[in-house]
Design a protein around this ligand. Structure first.
Ligand code: ASP
Length: 327
């Protein structure tokens, strides 16, 4: 298959029937195995229901995306917070970022190993004095601890399934001397989580959190905490992405998607076009097109989803309508 012929699946999310509020949630785009579909579906459904309740209570979009992503960080089904992929040292390293579309304030943490909820620390940085918006590793953990957040053991983020995955990769690496590093293959597990929301005041926000990719070099940071790459929001649109982080960063996927929506393209078409552009522009070392998934929402509550992978865990709700979930 040539890069230019990559099939991108795209779907529209209805605008609110009454009032304005809406939200979209994702839990990664990859070849989610059949036996994991139900856990993904249930996790996304509960996350959307949580976001809906918050929006109905009049909470700001920024709080909604933070709480929904924190909820998914606690669900070991997804690759964020507890359940993160393990790096080559067998440790979890987490990245997260979020943005307020009204003020363009953003906050992010990268390569943290002792925080259960990196998205909450990213939120503290957004509300901080603006001198630092992205903190990494021990500096981010110290910032969090100074503000009363508990520092946990790295082991608390590691599930049995991820430990087993690590041991398999490590054995292959040692035995065959293969550098079986993450390289954007669609079969590689992803499970980054993201949420975008439009609140009663018409404000948009976006948040993304990840445990990165399996067996990466310690210290590797992907797109998820990088503003304009794994998330972006303005007064016109918001977006959150998942997939091969190095490719997503190279094409500024969320920033460009937001601009494309702002210039009048429908959200589902904008998401599909930007993903198609990424897949056509970048191939992994095996020569396969870059893979990923994307959710986007405009200021009138119209949403769009697009992905190049066999499956994407996703859900949405718009005021007056029902919760929709698909994997
Ligand atoms: N984009 C994430 C990263 O590269 C991985 C993912 O979406 O699953 O760190």
């Amino acid at each position: 298959m040539t890069a230019a012929s990559v099939p991108v699946r795209a779907e529209r999310v209805e605008a609110p029937y009454e009032g304005r509020t809406a939200l979209l949630v994702h839990g990664g785009a990859w070849a989610i195995p059949d036996d994991a579909v139900e856990a993904h579906r249930s996790g996304i459904e509960h996350a959307v229901a949580k976001g809906r309740a918050l929006l109905r209570h009049g909470r700001p979009a920024l709080d909604v995306v933070t709480d929904v992503v924190a909820f998914l960080e606690a669900d070991p089904t997804f690759d964020a917070g507890c359940g993160a992929r393990l790096d080559r040292d067998g440790r979890a390293q987490l990245d997260a970022g979020l943005m307020d579309g009204t003020t363009l304030a953003w906050g992010a943490v990268a390569n943290v190993r002792r925080l259960a909820h990196p998205i909450r620390v990213a939120g503290m940085l957004l509300h901080h004095d603006g001198q630092a918006r992205l903190l990494v590793a021990e500096g981010a953990e110290r910032f969090a601890a100074e503000r009363g957040m508990e520092l946990i053991d790295n082991e608390a983020l590691i599930t049995e399934a991820e430990q087993a995955r690590f041991e398999q990769l490590h054995a292959d690496h040692t035995r065959f001397h293969t550098s079986r590093e993450f390289s954007g293959l669609e079969a590689d597990p992803h499970g980054t989580v993201g949420c975008i929301a439009l609140d009663q005041a018409g404000h948009l926000a976006a948040a993304t959190s990840t445990g990165g990719a399996s067996y990466t070099h310690p210290g590797r940071v992907g797109d998820s905490p990088l503003v304009g790459c794994g998330y972006y929001a303005t007064a016109q649109a918001a977006a959150s992405a998942t997939g091969w982080g190095e490719a997503i960063a190279a094409v500024l996927l969320c920033g460009r998607t937001v601009d494309t929506v702002a210039s009048g393209t429908s959200p589902e078409r904008a998401a599909a076009e930007r993903l198609q552009h990424m897949a056509a522009s970048i191939t992994n070392p095996q020569g396969e097109p870059a893979t990923g998934g994307l959710i986007t929402l405009d200021a009138s509550g119209r949403g769009g989803v697009a992905y190049t992978t066999p499956r994407m865990a996703r859900g949405s709700w718009a005021e007056g309508g029902a919760i929709r979930v698909a994997v």
